[in-house]
Design a protein around this ligand. Structure first.
Ligand code: NAD
Length: 308
């Protein structure tokens, strides 16, 4: 698809990966519809992209509401006459144990990380089909779409579902012989963003879940391990995720795995994929390494540690 002169709509674009994707879209000559639940941050993002020379519309939308996502699509088409690229990016991470995920937290994460994608597809894809010009739909999933870690009960479940839903979109477009719409699923590893402060977008959902969230060492340690990785400066930057994702869109590639460049990561992802395909569970040896990491992270996690 020709980026210049096309229109992108990006959810969760007030910060992190979403904002980096919006910057990349502007750099590649696209008009951009920015959307987020945080109004002040959204306005700051709109200003900064306008200063970059972008033709930008900002629309506050909570992606957990199908009505608000539908209103977002209407506003985008009203302003620009079309949308060529939808990026379902908004999402959040919280750790939890499989047997102790509060229902409020489960509902929030599944609504935000999974149902939001269905809302986006329902609101935008019929418009793209009617347009008939080259279009593309992107899901920002996660490495957690193909792996499971201790403490990742809710997040991995949501990202596996996001992967399946987006693969289903790809399959349905192919079966219906709709060639004008491409699909890409980005599955980054840990990225340098503000994802470890999920309370910025949904304080109510997290307040309900707080007690259970920090009761167990696994949950504390997994959250601390992610923070440590970001603080160490070793995590990939959001700009690089955006660049690789746009390259995948340009090449009409279904999968892009930013951050899986290291040999160990690639070997791990491959062993998981091969193990799953062959019906051989690859997790026990991987789990040993993870449990050692948890032990290391636990020593740097204060008991009862709450997010910054
Ligand atoms: N940072 C990572 O390590 C990482 C790794 C893999 C995948 N991801 C995925 O990338 C995506 C973006 O995350 P990020 O790292 O940029 O985090 P982030 O917290 O910096 O950005 C997420 C954005 O989504 C917005 N948002 C939250 N709830 C919303 C709602 N209900 N409606 C609309 N917007 C909402 C937030 O306000 C925020 O601006 C998420 O789907 C996340 O799961 C992140």
């Amino acid at each position: 698809m020709e980026f210049r002169g096309s229109v992108a709509a990006i959810t969760g674009a007030a910060g992190g990966i979403g904002f980096a994707l919006a910057q990349e879209a502007v750099r590649r000559g696209m008009a951009v519809v920015l959307s987020d639940i945080r109004e002040d941050a959204l306005e700051a993002a709109r200003k900064s992209l306008s200063e970059l020379g972008g033709d930008v519309l900002a629309v506050r939308a909570d992606v957990t509401s199908s009505a608000e996502v539908e209103a977002l699509a209407s506003a985008a088409v009203e302003r620009f006459g079309k949308v060529n690229l939808l990026i379902n990016n908004a999402g959040a991470f919280v750790a939890s144990l499989a047997w102790e995920t509060p229902e409020a937290q489960l509902d929030w994460i599944l609504d935000l990380n999974v149902k939001s994608i269905a809302h986006g597809i329902r609101a935008f894809v019929p418009r793209m089909i009617a347009q008939g010009d080259p279009c593309h739909v992107v899901t920002v999933a996660s490495a957690a779409a193909i792996t499971v870690y201790p403490g990742y009960a809710t997040y991995s479940t949501s990202k596996h579902a996001a992967l399946a839903l987006t693969e289903a979109l790809y399959m349905d477009l192919a079966a219906e012989e709709i060639d004008s719409i491409g699909v890409t699923i980005a599955m980054p590893t840990i990225i340098q963003t503000d994802i470890m402060s999920p309370e910025k977008a949904s304080p109510a959902a997290l307040a309900l879940a707080e007690g259970a969230r920090f009761r167990h060492r696994t949950v504390r340690a997994m959250e601390q391990m992610m923070r440590n990785h970001v603080a160490s400066g070793h995590a990939m930057g959001a700009d690089e995720v955006a660049r690789q994702t746009f390259d995948a869109i340009a090449g009409r590639r279904l999968y892009v795995l930013p951050g899986h460049d290291g040999e160990a990561d690639v070997a791990k992802a491959t062993s998981i994929a091969v193990g799953r395909a062959s019906g051989t569970n690859p997790y026990p040896p991987i789990l040993d390494a993870i449990l050692q990491s948890i032990g290391r992270a636990e020593t740097t996690a204060a008991p009862g540690h709450a997010p910054a």
